[in-house]
Design a protein around this ligand. Structure first.
Ligand code: CAA
Length: 259
């Protein structure tokens, strides 16, 4: 069945797929159906050998303005528990291939959290990041208090979460939340360019390196270093390691196959 709220663009660059959130009238508010479609598309691309890197965008006005407030407004705590909306987020967290968020306009609440679930963020100058849940009488529920704090530190995270203030793309860049800020007409192009450059690397090494960097968020330094070393050694079982190192000595570009 065709998804209703996302568009999948295959091969926007060699080995790069692009998923666009497509609920423009609602500023890409993340309702349950959209998140389910996004999870399914990401899982499908994660299993597709022709894809090495995924770009996730909204549109110029909004990456996503958060979880769908109208869908949640009348729910009880028991409804929320049973609906278990964050199980889709848990599945997205397990995607092995790098995901690059291309953010323009609003990235608020769940939208900000979704961008932080990605591995790199390229933003337009018009991007605004915020966790305004406090204004709705709630708080972030999809990682906003955790990933934001780890990315920007306590002071700014507290201010954003407790006051709901939006920060600009420049501020987000200075705080270390995002990778690049570019003019609005270039944000998607630049994200795809970064994805295309990343996609020239060994797909196996990309997955293991992503896994190791993410490990840094939930383990001790000692265990993280141990994990890193295992992945490093494991890559010596791959043809890509032989090809990469041979190509270096032969002064030519490597041709990685993911084996
Ligand atoms: N949920 C549902 N609908 C939303 C929405 C959301 N998060 N954000 C925007 N919309 C809808 C609006 O209701 C409006 O629909 P109607 O035309 O049918 O009224 C449409 O999108 C356009 O929005 P606005 O008219 O409000 O546009 P604006 O340019 O005046 O304002 C905005 C833009 C500042 C982003 C404003 O829409 C806004 O504040 N949105 C809500 C942001 C928010 O609070 N996000 C957090 C949600 S909770 C959450 O995400 C929990 C979590 O941790 C997972």
């Amino acid at each position: 069945m065709q998804p209703e709220f996302i568009i999948i663009h295959q091969q926007v660059a060699p080995h790069v797929a692009h998923i666009q959130l497509n609920r423009p009238k609602e500023l890409n508010a993340l309702n349950l159906q959209l998140m389910g479609e996004l999870r399914d598309a990401l899982k499908q691309l994660d299993a597709d050998d022709t894809v090495r890197v995924i770009v996730l965008s909204g549109n110029e006005k909004a990456f996503a303005a958060g979880a769908d407030i109208k869908q949640m407004a009348d729910k009880t705590a028991v409804d929320m528990y049973n609906i278990d909306q964050f199980s889709t987020w848990d599945a997205i967290k397990k995607i092995k291939k790098p995901i690059i968020a291309a953010v323009s306009g609003f990235a608020l609440g769940g939208g900000c959290e979704l961008s932080m679930l990605c591995d790199m963020i390229v933003a337009s100058e018009t991007a605004r990041f915020g966790q305004p849940e406090i204004k709705l009488g709630v708080m972030p529920g999809a990682g906003g208090t955790q990933r934001l704090t780890r990315a920007v530190g306590k002071a700014l995270a507290m201010e954003m979460v407790l006051s709901g203030r939006f920060i600009t793309a420049q501020e987000a860049r200075q705080a270390g939340l995002i990778n690049h800020v570019v003019p609005v007409e270039l944000y998607l192009q630049e994200a795809i360019k970064l994805a295309a450059a990343t996609a020239t690397m060994s797909p196996l090494a990309l997955k293991m390196a992503k896994e190791a960097v993410l490990k840094a968020f939930d383990t001790t330094l000692e265990e993280g270093l141990h994990f890193e070393r295992k992945n490093f050694y494991l890559l010596f079982a791959s043809e890509d390691q032989k090809e990469g190192m041979r190509a270096f000595t032969e002064k030519r570009a490597p041709v990685f196959t993911g084996k």
